[in-house]
Design a protein. Structure first.
Length: 233
């Protein structure tokens, strides 16, 4: 049973999300501010953290920074802010994914499961060398699914779980078109409904992050009305 730390100053979220996670078989610890969570983490670190960004005493960014001094546990940010600066800063500090409020609790559960699976894979291979057979290489792109690591022209690119899954799905078959429905199936559980614009938004953010390390990045092509494809360079 994985232990999940849920840190949010909204008691309604703490109550409803903890009920959902416990029903899914997780052990849940709840905290209404970052300092309380950090004090508890010093005694026992959970397997994964879900942090709100805006909180009293210590916000999610500060909590993440303190956690990263001691642990590599996966962290998901809950945020109501539509601010890409916060997202980029959080990823650079070591956040693993974002779920924006209001959110589907089913989506949050799937993001948690995806990060825990990744963490298990990392733990099982840390003692050995990188399994090159698992690394996906397409021209300037290199993706290591076990470590959730992406490089473009040798430069690291920090992606969320959703962005990683979308890029992987496109890069696995260069030149082949993936419809938005197919990409939804890759990134989301089939019980979670998202519209076309959600996929478009993820692709837009994905391109922006790739262009942050190479402003000539054009490998992801949009086929209007059809979907997207990856062109190997």
């Amino acid at each position: 049973m994985s232990r999940i730390a849920l840190v949010d100053d909204d008691r309604n979220i703490l109550t409803s999300v903890s009920i959902t996670l416990e029903a899914e078989g997780f052990e849940v610890e709840t905290y209404n501010d970052g300092q309380s969570a950090l004090d508890a983490f010093s005694r026992r670190m959970p397997e994964l953290g879900v942090f709100d960004i805006k909180m009293p005493r210590m916000d999610g960014m500060d909590l993440l920074q303190r956690v990263r001094q001691k642990s590599k546990m996966p962290v998901i940010f809950l945020t109501s802010k539509d601010d890409e600066i916060d997202e980029v800063l959080g990823l650079r500090m070591g956040a693993d994914d974002y779920v924006k409020k209001p959110f589907s609790q089913r989506l949050l559960v799937e993001r948690i499961r995806a990060l825990l699976r990744r963490q298990e894979a990392i733990a099982s291979t840390e003692a050995g060398e990188v399994d090159e057979s698992k690394v996906l290489t397409r021209g300037n792109l290199s993706m290591d699914p076990l470590r959730h690591a992406v490089t473009w022209k040798g430069k690291d690119v920090a992606l969320t779980v959703t962005e990683f899954l979308l890029l992987q799905a496109l890069a696995q078959r260069p030149g082949f078109v993936k419809s938005r429905d197919q990409l939804m199936d890759v990134a989301y559980d089939d019980q979670v409904y998202v519209d076309d614009r959600t996929i478009d938004s993820h692709i837009k953010r994905l391109r922006k992050k790739m262009r942050s390390v190479d402003d000539t990045f054009t490998a992801i092509e949009t086929l209007y009305g059809i979907g997207y494809k990856y062109n190997e360079e």
